[in-house]
Design a protein around this ligand. Structure first.
Ligand SMILES: [Zn+2]
Length: 351
């Protein structure tokens, strides 16, 4: 992974470059920001730049050709220690930090970081999901952080910065990552061959909130079908509140009794609706990107009045969606939210 393969995060890359050229890269970095925006890619890329045999250590570049670069690409570099929380665990296992019961102190990140570099001039540890460490792991790691040596670099990655102990935070240089742009997410979906249509990629990117993880979830067939159905209902004139609320409640029932999953589905639906109205607003204002579907164009054309009137109506519909998003975030009862939303959507369109 080289830095020119990284999407977005220009401020972070510049910060790292400045630190390298001054020879002042801290011994511990804390990469914080939403999940799925590329924090680990930047960490791996930084590690590759530091390990590369061909480029100078004060530059944020790597050749991609040397033995170290090849080992980084293959994930086999002996001086890179990389751990993360397994998908089926809520807590980063302590054994990854200080070794399992049989190998306590003889395995894990803390032990590995006490060793001399095997091939290069430093060892680098990447601790992904550092926000999922329990207090015991954090305290063990703290000891390692308190004894920095010239030949190690520790990169902690966290999406929930608040979950990192202040004692850990204070020993790391914090770097806050911003979200990706919609264009970057759309390009990444194509680049990583998750989709081959630019139109679909852009549709998904618009509701991805700048996260490739979120975009990946949206590739789910059921979710895609739900989006098509909901936007079809929204696009019909006159708007039918019962049809809308029934479709929404059916989709929520379909996920089963888990309230967190229900809330998530409700959230997706509201996002799909908000995106629909957002695109409609752009079309009404004459500033569309050319990727909108015909059904949204028809919907706009079916709203009576001059473009200014249409813009006002669609703006009100969009505001009402954002209001529902907040209600659901505040744990309001979903069925009640959707019922009053449906009636209000009709009311706004009947004005
Ligand atoms: Zn190289």
């Amino acid at each position: 992974m080289t830095t020119d393969q990284i999407r977005g995060h220009q401020p972070i890359l510049e910060m790292l470059q400045r630190a390298l050229s001054r020879g002042r890269l801290p011994h511990a970095l804390l990469f914080a920001g939403d999940a799925g925006i590329g924090k680990k890619r930047v960490a791996l890329s930084l590690a590759q730049c530091l390990f590369c045999d061909q480029t100078s250590a004060d530059e944020l570049t790597s050749c991609g050709e040397c033995a170290s670069c090849k080992q980084m690409v293959a994930g086999t570099h002996p001086d890179l220690i990389s751990v993360e929380c397994p998908p089926d665990k809520a807590i980063l296992p302590l054994s990854l930090i200080i070794g399992g019961d049989d190998h306590r102190g003889r395995e894990g990140v803390c032990y590995e970081m006490s060793l001399r570099p095997m091939v290069g001039d430093r060892r680098i540890a990447i601790i992904d999901d550092a926000d999922k460490m329990n207090a015991e792991s954090a305290n063990a790691l703290l000891k390692t952080l308190e004894e920095p040596s010239a030949n190690y670099l520790m990169i902690l990655i966290a999406s929930e910065l608040d979950a990192i102990l202040p004692t850990i935070r204070s020993r790391c240089q914090l770097m806050r990552f911003g979200r990706l742009s919609q264009e970057d997410v759309a390009d990444l979906l194509i680049e990583q061959q998750l989709l081959d249509s630019a139109e679909q990629a852009s549709q998904i990117a618009r509701v991805s909130e700048g996260s490739l993880n979120t975009a990946r979830q949206l590739l789910d067939e059921n979710l895609a079908a739900l989006r098509v159905n909901i936007t079809r209902i929204l696009g019909k004139h006159p708007f039918q509140p019962q049809v809308f609320s029934q479709a929404v409640m059916q989709a929520i029932d379909d996920v089963g009794g888990n309230t967190a999953a229900q809330r998530k589905t409700a959230n997706w639906i509201i996002k799909f609706c908000a995106d629909f109205y957002h695109q409609a607003l752009q079309i009404a204002a004459g500033c569309n990107s050319g990727l909108e579907s015909d059904s949204i164009r028809k919907f706009v054309a079916g709203i009576p009045g001059e473009p200014e009137d249409q813009i006002e109506i669609i703006g009100n519909l969009l505001d009402r969606m954002l209001q529902t998003e907040e209600e659901i975030a505040r744990n309001a009862t979903i069925a009640l939210c959707i019922e009053s939303l449906s009636e209000d959507l009709r009311g706004i369109q009947m004005k």
